[in-house]
Design a protein around this ligand. Sequence first.
Ligand SMILES: Nc1ncnc2c1ncn2[C@@H]1O[C@H](COP(=O)(O)OP(=O)(O)OP(=O)(O)O)[C@@H](O)[C@H]1O
Length: 489
Amino acid sequence: MLHVNGITGGYGKEPIVNNISFHVNKGEVLGILGPNGSGKSTLLKIVSGILPKQSGTVQIDGQDSGVYSQKEFARKVAVLPQLHAHAFSHTVKDTVALGRYPHQSGLFSTWSKEDERAVNEALAYTGITRYKDTAIELLSGGEQQRVFVAQALAQEAPILLLDEPTNHLDIAHQQQLLDTIRNHAVEKGVTVISVFHDVNLASLYCDRLLLMDRGQIAIIGDPQDVIQEAIIASVYNARVKTQPHPELPKPQMTLLPDTMEETEQPVVRKKDIVISSDNVSLRAINPLKTVSSAVHNPGTGWYRSFVNRHVDVDYNPSDVKAEMAEYLQQRDFHLSDTVGMMTAVTTEHAEVEEYRGDFGSVIIMVTAGVGNAVDVSQSLHRDRPERIGTINTWVIVNGHLSDEAFIQAMITATEAKTKAMHTENIEDPLTGTIATGTSTDSLLVAATQTGEQLPYAGPITPLGKLIGHGVYDCTVRAITAYKKAKGWT
Ligand SMILES: Nc1ncnc2c1ncn2[C@@H]1O[C@H](COP(=O)(O)OP(=O)(O)OP(=O)(O)O)[C@@H](O)[C@H]1O
């Protein structure tokens, strides 16, 4: 569709962009990224013919762009420049209508039904129909930006070149506009090349990204190939961390501020875990990085408070999450800062212990109700009742865990729990085989993220050894306490 071969050019003798080559397919969205002054706008200006090039070619549909007349070119390519000059006062609709000029012919060009439709559609796509009779200078910066995007869309060219289309737009309008542009690409086959400053937006909306660095291409490829910590750090000279988008297979990046004060994270100790009649809780001074399968605030996050709440065996509110939130709030636990679990086990049977190693320490908390123990290899048994049974395990680490270490800590803790079930000879009441856990066990791993870096947590590592030993130890003790309370022993 569009082939750029070895273009070099700029504003004077010294070229700004050097030997740039890439191609864009029909219906593809290519994002151009790069630091300030890296040549993004200059590249777009050369491709759109606004700036002459010193060497290289731009081909559109297999033809050199130079062979097209100005109007022919405008029927092929619509351009949204970075800055808009509008010397004359126009209404919004008149401004958008200027996008139709390449479709007018003859000296006294007539306004056709097609023109009217294209303009009205562009006004609707950009959500500015209600301003159509307003003078453009009376609009806000963001509203004006949408008018110029509408003008480019009204041109109905198969190629759209956009320089920072979301400039001035609030997040809802950024989303709306980029959704519109993406839909034009997917449904109408429009080819889009767009300059972005926001790396995350570019990743979300573009098929491929071209990263500029000092007038040259640093890398061009899929978002996951381009948005890599080392590449972004070296081109932008910024410290970043990348992670997947929570809902889409698109990488996202987060800045790591250099100005973060090195906060002294107080070490969490066994004595910080408080056992009351209706819950086991920990209130840490600073938030801990946490992964859990809790009822309240499950998943990954940073939390300061942790609650393992005792509920009656027949606890069955219509909305468990809402009831739990109410419970936490009544006890002064900040809802957005607390992870909350539940158990029918009485809190006096909670086992808490601290295990110290060279790197720091691990505090383990376990409550084990093994009435509804399950042999997980027999989980498909057709007579299996749906009964709740809970072993709740906390692993609190005074150390700095990698993502892998969090996952390995969960594996190690689960294996240790299963081994404790074996040692205590806990059977699945349905099958009579040794149980591996219960039906609704919950696990939490939280770490202070200070001190020594702990890349792994399998049983070969000092951290994994403490977790394995500690979870096994506490689970055996918790099961023993449970058995005693139930009169099993
Ligand atoms: N009209 C101009 N005349 C002369 N030099 C220019 C002109 N416009 C830009 N430049 C220079 O060209 C270089 C690249 O500018 P360009 O606008 O292409 O960068 P950019 O990557 O789009 O930057 P930004 O992210 O700040 O928009 C800069 O060093 C700039 O000073």
